[in-house]
Design a protein around this ligand. Structure first.
Ligand code: NAD
Ligand code: DAU
Length: 361
């Protein structure tokens, strides 16, 4: 039975990954979830998992070397799936330091603790061990509006925001461990995810939540920045496949060939909400194109991201499965069924965050 150490498993993608893995492997795996429970970590995301005997939650900071070392010493970890990070670009522009702390230093701690227990006296590593570092396409910078330009694994690193610079630094640390020690790792660089449990600071859940309350829908700049959207389950599946089939030391880009301008995304959400809300639902009258509000652009706003997932398709056999229309309906249906979740995450600190982030826009 394999033991997975998942970091950041109470966040958006980490919690979806844990649900995916238990859905697929049931009692045949063990998962230890280490999460500091920042504003983005929410144990409500793991309802239905917490009572499993093959699941353990540890509240810890990945920068805390002693706590992380103890987990590695007390458990024979086979796979590290490293999600834990500060993940929101706008927050990184306002307060960069914590991004360096968690994303760079935290990754260094994770790598070092894994190396300590996996390395043999001759410098080789114990059979079957793997560290998967979950990263982002933002490390490659920004593409022009040319539809034929894509990010490849060989594209140069050119991060622009403090967030992407910190993720690029963490990727380079992983690569340095591979080059220096032959440390058994993979890196995945994925495009924008969407789906259940996504915190409403990110575009898609923020627009769904605001539209249902008849609140303004803030569009940065001209609304024509392009992102390549992937349903979160497809990402979880890709990670599992790279864990099983990825060649040690390699990087794999994960993306859905689903590039859309932000303004297109907003129109699709509004149309889908109108289709899905019943005529007698009072929210139906609130959902309107009139809510769209162009606001000041994000500083250093990357224009376009687009992944060419050729390598992961050819070497691993992964392909995106969820069409955007279907994925967005599933996402909206999930938010309809989880009104309490949204109420809980948007009470308290979120109101303060929203005020501060959008007041000048
Ligand atoms: P998220 O912000 O929803 O979740 C991050 C989780 O990490 C939270 O549970 C938080 O409590 C935890 N965490 C933060 N600091 C920690 C610390 N110091 N110690 C322990 N836990 C800590 O993020 P997400 O959107 O789920 O992203 C997960 C990973 O995937 C990140 O590494 C991110 O860079 C990467 N990624 C995200 C996307 C996306 O579209 N969201 C796309 C590509 C890659
Ligand atoms: O590409 C992968 C990355 O995708 C991940 O590494 C990040 O963790 C994740 O947050 C995401 O980054 P983005 O900055 O692309 O996502 P976000 O949802 O913040 O913004 C998507 C686009 O929408 C971007 O062009 C900015 C724009 N936007 C965003 C918000 C929150 C708006 O126009 N209005 C908004 O209110």
């Amino acid at each position: 039975m394999k033991t997975y150490l998942v970091t950041g498993g109470a966040g958006f993608i980490g919690s979806n990954f844990i649900h995916y893995m238990f859905g697929k492997y049931g009692d045949d795996i063990r998962i230890i979830n280490v999460d500091k429970l920042t504003y983005a970590g929410n144990l409500e995301n793991l309802k239905g998992v917490e009572e499993r005997e093959n699941y353990t939650f540890v509240k810890a900071d990945i920068c805390d070397k002693e706590s992380i070392r103890k987990i590695f010493q007390e458990n024979d970890i086979d796979r590290v799936v490293h999600f834990a990070a500060e993940s929101h670009v706008d927050r990184s522009i306002k307060a960069p330091e914590v991004f360096v702390q968690t994303n760079v230093l935290g990754t260094a701690v994770m790598l070092n603790c894994a190396k300590e227990v996996w390395e043999l006296p001759d410098g080789s590593f114990r059979e079957g061990k793997k560290f998967l570092h979950v990263s982002t396409d933002e490390v490659y910078g920004s593409l022009p509006d040319d539809e034929n330009a894509y990010f490849y694994e060989t594209s140069p690193y050119e991060p622009h925001s403090p967030y992407s610079a910190s993720k690029a630094s963490s990727d380079l640390l992983v690569k340095a461990y591979v080059d220096t020690y032959h440390f058994p790792a993979n890196i995945t660089n994925c495009s924008n995810n969407y789906g259940p449990y996504q915190f409403p600071e990110k575009l898609i859940p923020l627009i769904i939540n605001n539209a249902l309350q008849g609140k303004k829908l803030p569009v940065y700049g001209d609304g024509k920045n392009v992102r390549d959207w992937l349903y979160v389950d497809d990402h979880a599946k890709g990670i599992d496949m790279v864990l099983e089939k990825g060649k040690l030391g390699e990087t794999y880009n994960i993306g859905g060939h689903n590039e859309k301008q932000n303004i297109e995304i907003i129109h699709i959400i509004l149309e889908t909400l109108q289709e899905m809300l019943s005529p007698d639902d009072p929210r139906k009258a609130l959902v309107s194109e009139d809510l769209i509000t162009y606001v000041e652009d994000r500083k250093g706003h990357d224009r376009r991201y687009a992944i060419a997932p050729d390598k992961i398709r050819a070497e691993i056999g992964w392909e995106p499965e969820t069409m955007f229309k279907e994925g967005i309906r599933k996402t909206i249906a999930w938010f309809f069924e989880h009104e309490e979740w949204m109420k809980n995450v948007t009470s308290g600190d979120y109101q303060k965050y929203y005020q501060e982030m959008y007041q000048d826009k």
